[in-house]
Design a protein around this ligand. Structure first.
Ligand code: MN
Length: 717
């Protein structure tokens, strides 16, 4: 729309051209004496930076001048503007603090000192220096809030002119802005600076994504213009009829906000519905509510979307009415309705204090909450030991949705709230997650589903032989962990399936006196085509996953003469390490030593049962869906077995049985009471880990000696 307005505090240029250009902003709200003082500061800065160039070849002075110009848009007082012009003088020239003190007085020199960095020589790492500088700045800001406003303007202009910097420096500056300075701007209610800092950082980190998204926005703005203009006209004319004086502005979400939403909710650009909205600026609070009534009368409001932040302001002082309506073509449109003061307030936050001071208007809000927050930052500063820890605490404070934990080497890892050890492991490296074996939190062994808290030190112990556990998906919260677990399980399952499938086919072929290598190529290709497999490995996979039955595949590929089946029936050996493609039935709990068979089920793939299992014996044993299996000779794993114990109804029975079980190197996986039979005794069903039938016999014999045990048996299906 033609008269689409930029936010009033948004500046466009990279550098302010020169002092006279800058001065045009000053005459609007400062007196001649104040402007004179600013001019004096400028001439000193000009002298201090004479001969210095920016990385992009421009005169250095243009940078502090531009920072001051950004602050002039907020109509900041003359001291702030002076300090902004002088902000790099202490750091980068021969003039020191005492010189500024003598020339411009204590207020200005303190402000400049507040944004000046500490001497680099005092630090060994950049991280340490950053933390110490931030600490210094926050201390200065607690004494004079204008320090942070200068710092934010400085940062904004640095980002505006960042393209001349090396890529790594660019990304690092932008990241720091997203982590520290943009959130501080938001915390102080300066939404306009917050959005600009975010957009500029986004552009510096992901130039291509930024451009693509910007193009998409421009295109869709073209499509939306007509529609928004229509709404604007309708609302304006209705409000005019009601004699409510307003300004109706079409507005759009900032690029980084759109990007964040797309990423978080995994949406495409076209799926974001609140990109465009309408803002109605009214003369007073009364007309805000009357405008709302008119809008709701004209368009259907969407239930549950109305919020009255005028009556109940947000904690940072933000005031506005919010509602959503169904516009033309049933398109949802977000509306903000507020007074001009509230609008200025929403964009400038704490800086509105100076904005109104310059107009001799009373403040519309006092900043006790912001003061409280800054005091809180000071407490953090007092309580935290080293600079890194301080940086972490500040970040934790700025991002309440995050936790910050340490690696054993003291590096900080940022994770979303509710993240677990597994999320942490994957955030370090996919391999660390995939090979996760155990973890220590603050030197104590901890289970993988433990939810992390800020400040904890986490150590992951890995083992190359270990594979991800499907149960991790029940508690991992980060996308990286969940994605990596799923991807790696899929891969493992395929590998497992291939190996098992090959063995199953080899074994079935024994009955036809033929080896895999002896299958004629022509036959094999025909079968592969028939089964829609590209390679033999794919076929093994299909068999291993239980999608194809080995016996039938064998019959299909065996030469006709061999089809008279010989009854060798040698079982396929299993080790229990077949992984995700083989599972052990929970009806009969087979363990090494048992006679076993495999059963192919649609949902579960291949399941191992005992021969004696009733659920298998009934009808399925003869069918093609079962086949013989045998245990490998060398098995080192333990398996689950189920035993039923009938005991006296006495205190301490469970404890005595439990301790006996653990003394025999078994673990209790689960225990439950079976009260289906009214025997007057307790019947307990234990699932325990055990190596084989021999070990189980030993366990049963030992438990029989327990005087409380009346009856004990291995549970049948
Ligand atoms: Mn600077």
């Amino acid at each position: 729309m033609d008269n689409r307005k930029r936010d009033i505090f948004e500046s466009s240029g990279r550098y302010t051209r020169d002092f006279s250009h800058f001065k045009k902003k000053l005459v609007k709200y400062l007196n001649a004496y104040q402007i004179k003082k600013i001019e004096k500061a400028y001439s000193l800065a000009n002298e201090a930076h004479s001969g210095q160039l920016r990385k992009d070849g421009e005169k250095y002075i243009l940078h502090p001048l531009s920072a001051a110009s950004i602050l002039a848009d907020f109509q900041m007082d003359h001291e702030t503007l002076m300090a902004a012009i002088l902000h790099d003088v202490i750091e980068d020239s021969q003039f020191d603090k005492s010189h500024l003190m003598k020339t411009f007085g204590p207020k200005v020199s303190e402000l400049v000192d507040g944004v000046s960095k500490l001497d680099k020589i005092n630090f060994t790492t950049k991280e340490e220096a950053d933390a110490a500088n931030l600490r210094k700045m926050i201390l200065a800001m607690s004494q004079d809030i204008r320090v942070i406003l200068i710092k934010l303007a400085d940062r904004k202009n640095n980002l505006e002119t960042i393209s001349a910097l090396r890529e790594d420096k660019r990304v690092q500056k932008a990241k720091e802005t997203l982590e520290i300075f943009a959130p501080i701007a938001l915390r102080l209610g300066i939404h306009s600076l917050n959005k600009e800092l975010e957009n500029l950082s986004f552009k510096a980190i992901h130039p291509t994504r930024y451009r693509v998204l910007k193009d998409a926005l421009n295109k869709s703005r073209g499509n939306r213009n007509e529609l928004m203009e229509k709404i604007r006209k309708v609302i304006l004319s209705k409000l005019d009829n009601e004699q409510i004086k307003t300004e109706v502005i079409a507005r759009e979400k900032h690029l980084y906000g759109i990007y964040k939403k797309m990423k978080q909710k995994e949406l495409s650009f076209s799926e974001i519905h609140d990109v465009f909205g309408v803002r109605i600026i009214c003369e007073n609070v009364d007309s805000c509510y009357r405008s709302l009534g008119t809008v709701h009368n004209t368009y259907t409001p969407i239930p549950g979307r109305f919020k009255d932040y005028i009556a109940i302001p947000k904690s940072n002082g933000y005031q506005s009415l919010h509602t959503s309506i169904l516009g033309p073509h049933g398109l949802p449109i977000e509306l903000q309705i507020r007074t001009r003061e509230m609008d200025v307030m929403a964009q400038t936050g704490i800086a509105s204090h100076w904005f109104y001071k310059s107009k001799d208007k009373p403040l519309i809000k006092n900043y006790t909450q912001e003061q409280q927050w800054i005091t809180n930052l000071l407490t953090i500063q007092r309580d935290s030991g080293n600079p890194q820890e301080y940086l972490k605490s500040i970040k934790a404070d700025l991002f309440p949705g995050k936790v910050y934990v340490f690696t054993p080497k003291g590096q900080i890892v940022e994770l979303p709230k509710k993240s677990t050890i597994i999320d942490y492991a994957y955030s370090i490296h996919t391999d660390v997650g995939n090979n996760y074996s155990s973890a220590k939190v603050d030197d104590k062994l901890t289970s993988p589903n433990t939810v992390l808290k800020s400040g904890q030190r986490v150590e992951i112990i890995t083992k190359a032989s270990i594979r991800p556990d499907p149960s991790w998906l029940n508690f991992a919260v980060t996308e990286k962990a969940r994605h990596s677990i799923r991807a790696s399980l899929k891969l493992i399952k395929k590998k497992d399936a291939k190996i098992l499938g090959k063995r199953l086919l080899q074994n079935s072929l024994k009955n036809f006196d033929i080896k895999i290598s002896e299958i004629p190529k022509k036959t094999l290709n025909m079968v592969l085509q028939e089964y829609k497999c590209d390679t033999v490995d794919d076929l093994y996979c299909e068999i291993g996953l239980g999608n194809r039955i080995a016996k039938l595949v064998a019959m299909r590929v065996a030469p006709r003469d061999n089809i008279t089946e010989k009854t060798k029936s040698v079982g396929v050996n299993i080790k229990g390490t077949e992984g995700l493609v083989l599972s052990f039935a929970k009806c009969c709990y087979p363990i090494p030593g048992d006679n076993i068979l495999g059963h192919i089920s649609q949902e579960k793939g291949i399941v191992v049962h005992r021969h004696a299992c009733k659920s298998i014996r009934k009808d399925k044993k003869a069918s093609d869906e079962t086949f013989d299996l045998a245990w490998d000779e060398n098995i080192n794993d333990s398996f689950n077995a189920c035993i039923k114990i009938e005991v006296e109804n006495q205190r301490g029975v469970l404890a005595s049985i439990s301790s006996e079980i653990s003394q025999l190197d078994s673990d209790i996986v689960s225990v439950r009471y079976d009260d289906s039979k009214q025997t007057g005794h307790n019947i307990m069903i234990f699932v325990v880990t055990i190596f084989d039938t021999k070990a189980l016999d030993k366990l049963v014999r030992s438990l029989r000696k327990n005087s409380n045990v009346l009856k004990i048996e291995r549970k049948r299906a």
